[in-house]
Design a protein around this ligand. Structure first.
Ligand code: ADP
Length: 726
């Protein structure tokens, strides 16, 4: 078997003995002899194999050696293969014919072995050398190709790594400004010496870019540039064009001076800029400028494919950040609106409350009259609750609600909450069963807020349970938890809504009989308030018509003494709501009272109420008049609204305190602003008391019957809430 690197020699002769003899002479290591007994066979073999040399007998029947040689020369693949003729004729004519047919040599028979070996050996060596050169050339080509492929793969990896890192940086934040600066940090210095992000449609138009460049210390710095900054006119025009057309532009030979002192000294001027549109959702959101210094003149522009890919990703990230900002803005505006709305809605409640109180004090015991008064009172309380809920929700979403957790007896809290909803339960003829543990159930929580949570759940049970249904309230302890359950036989809740009902403004069925109203925020408050106090709440129901159960869990505590152990047995009607409860008749302490409120109805009705109990009252609707009146009327008490036109209530209070005899005045703020900061400001301005509208007439009357001023500004909220949060 021939070695794979053996060199082929073809011997063509019609005489088998000669073939044998020649083969025997030439055989050796590294050589492979192929024989053919005529010209045609030789040509066939030449089709499939390559030979270092052909030994060709001249005299052969059919096709002689010369004819065979002529055909060999005609084929492109074999045209250069050396042919040595083996012949008995040594005449010159013969030889000339042979050379003309491409022979390289002649060997006379009888053959001299050494001569033959030497001559053939030369061609074998030549062939070997040629083969080696060919192999080396191929190896070099393969190597070069591999190197090129590796470099391309490395470049592709580098690009994709760069783009992946860029994507990470771009999606790290949803803040628009952060995203812009993140983009600049990604492109400098890899793609640009100085980069700019110009956003279309941003407030600081006509032109505002954020620039990024590598400072002298190599750290990427960013700064906002606007139309006034630096000699950027040329660049700005290109950016404006890209913003208008949405088409990228590459500009060379710029002449823009270095705008910042913190740029490296050798930076020179801006020479080249690639400005790419930032396109998202079919709109040109802005432009990304990748600029290079004069020092980069010899270097090509930044890798366009990478830059464009990056611009696409950046556009999506910026679009997302912008959408997120818009949503947040809308949300903030909604929260502000809710806060403002609930504040404004409080104002009309004050005069209504005063007026109904006047009616009550004026008497009139006809059953219809009493009924009408009670309706107004009840609806007023309902309205106050709704507005308070609204305020609470906006406080919770803005994160401004503050709880005052103390060790609390949850049993007492639950009992009080039951009392607040008992009238509704009785009105609907529900069967109420209550199971509370004998002893206290100590938890850490804000008692007012916990009562609000429980009352909300009980109120819902009454609201969503038809007349005659059952409501079971139980409180128990279980594995270190206090577990409050409120179960009803009411309308039930579909399974898919059991989680959702805790989301703001979610109601299962808006077409339901809405006689009890509701804004779909009660359960949101319940959940947030419970969770803020470390507890949890969940809803259970077997489906529509099958009743519901709400379960609140709070951790039990063994800490301290709780302040709230007294449980009410009977509910006194809500403050100011009942004819029998309030002390009728004239007050024993008669005061000179100045009422100042720009809400005319509010001021007049409060004044009238005060007059009915024997006080002397003057009314004014703005601060300056009030100050003047105070000098002549010389009141003992000033009931002062804060949101007044011109001088606000704080300023009026300060000036009143400064007037002669002002130190003795009882100064009472009556306002819709119930934030902790408002109370503090009221105190600083010299107020003795701070009331949230609508004012409770009994609490006010009680205050007016006391002889002296308080040392500190006291806070008076609505009956069920502390209004000390903003
Ligand atoms: P509102 O009662 O003002 O609509 P809530 O936040 O208190 O708002 O309740 C949200 C919704 O959850 C209600 O509209 C009602 O569809 C459902 N829901 C609450 N409590 C019950 C209950 N006890 N039984 C049936 N559905 C209830």
């Amino acid at each position: 078997m021939a070695r794979p690197d053996a060199v082929n020699i073809l011997i063509v002769d019609d005489v088998p003995e000669k073939l044998l003899a020649l083969s025997a002479l030439l055989e050796g290591p590294g050589v492979h002899i192929v024989t053919a007994s005529n010209g045609r066979e030789a040509l066939r073999k030449l089709l499939t194999q390559e030979f270092a040399v052909i030994l060709l007998d001249v005299q052969m029947p059919d096709m002689d050696g010369f004819e065979t040689a002529a055909l060999i020369r005609q084929r492109k693949q074999t045209a250069g293969t050396p042919i040595i003729f083996v012949t008995g004729y040594g005449d010159e004519l013969h030889q000339a014919q042979g050379y003309s047919l491409g022979a390289v040599d002649f060997i006379q028979t009888p053959v001299l072995p050494d001569v033959l070996k030497t001559k053939v050996g030369v061609f074998v060596e030549l062939f070997r050398m040629r083969e080696q050169i060919k192999r080396q050339a191929e190896e070099r080509i393969t190597l070069a190709r591999e190197q090129a492929l590796r470099a391309a793969a490395e470049e592709a990896t580098r690009r994709s790594e760069f783009l992946a890192a860029a994507s990470t940086a771009l999606t790290a934040s949803l803040d628009l400004d952060e995203t812009v600066r993140g983009l600049l940090r990604v492109v400098v210095p890899q793609l640009a010496d100085l980069a700019a992000v110009t956003l279309a449609g941003e407030p600081a138009q006509p032109w505002r870019s954020v620039l990024g460049w590598a400072g002298a210390n190599g750290i990427v710095q960013t700064a906002v540039a606007d139309a006034r900054t630096g000699p950027f006119d040329e660049l700005r025009q290109i950016q404006d064009r890209v913003l208008a057309t949405g088409e990228p532009e590459l500009v060379e030979g710029l002449d823009v001076a270095n705008p910042f002192s913190s740029l490296p000294d050798n930076a020179g001027q801006l020479y080249r800029a690639l400005v790419l549109p930032l396109l998202a959702r079919g709109r040109t959101l802005g432009a990304l400028t990748l600029a290079q210094w004069t020092s980069c003149r010899g270097i090509g522009p930044p890798d366009r494919a990478v830059a464009e890919d990056l611009a696409d990703r950046a556009a999506i990230a910026l679009d997302n950040a912008r959408l997120y900002r818009d949503i947040r803005d809308a949300d903030r505006r909604k929260d502000e609106f809710l806060a403002m709305l609930s504040h404004e809605l409080r104002n009309p409640l004050a005069p209504i409350r005063s007026s109904v109180e006047i009616l009550r004090r004026l008497g009139g015991e006809a059953p219809d009259m009493r009924w009408a008064r009670d309706v107004i009172t009840r609806q007023l309380h309902h309205m106050t609750r709704l507005i308070d809920d609204l305020l609470d929700v906006s406080r919770i979403t803005r994160g401004t609600i503050k709880l005052q957790p103390v060790p609390t007896d949850l049993g007492a809290v639950v009992a009080r909450a039951i009392e607040t909803v008992r009238p509704m339960i009785e009105a609907r003829e529900h069967h109420l069963s209550v199971r509370l543990p004998e002893g206290p159930v100590p938890v850490i929580g804000d008692p007012t807020r916990l009562e609000q949570v429980a009352a909300n759940l009980f109120n819902n049970a009454a609201k969503y349970t038809p007349t005659g249904g059952r409501i079971d309230i139980s409180l128990r302890t279980e594995k270190g938890d206090a577990v409050l359950s409120c179960k009803d036989t009411g309308v039930g809740i579909p399974e898919e809504m059991l989680e959702q009902i805790f989301q703001p403004f979610t109601q299962v069925n808006r077409t339901l009989d809405r006689s009890e109203g509701g804004l779909g925020i009660g359960l949101t408050l319940v959940k947030r308030l419970v969770e803020m106090q470390g507890g949890s709440v969940c809803a259970l129901s077997d489906g529509p018509g099958k009743g519901s159960e709400f379960i609140v869990r709070m951790r039990l505590t063994d800490r301290g003494v709780w302040v709230d152990e007294k449980r009410p047995v009977h509910q006194a009607a809500e403050n100011g709501a009942s004819d029998q409860q309030a002390p009728a008749g004239k007050s024993r302490t008669h005061r000179r009272i100045l009422v100042v409120d720009d809400n005319v109805d509010g001021a007049q009705s409060l004044a009238m109420l005060l007059r009915t109990v024997g006080h002397e009252v003057q009314v004014h609707h703005d601060g300056l008049r009030a100050l003047e009146a105070a000098r002549t009327f010389r009141p003992d008490v000033v009931l002062l609204d804060i949101g007044l036109p011109g001088l606000n209530g704080f300023e009026v209070a300060e000036r009143l305190r400064g007037q002669s005899g002002g130190g003795e005045l009882l100064l009472v703020a009556i306002t819709g602003y119930g934030q902790a900061s408002d109370v503090r400001r009221a105190q600083e301005a010299g107020f003795d008391h701070h009331f949230i509208k609508p004012i409770d007439p009994d609490v006010l009357q009680d205050l007016l019957s006391r002889p002296t001023r308080n040392a500190e500004c006291a806070m008076h909220g609505t009956p069920t809430r502390s209004a000390s949060e903003g």
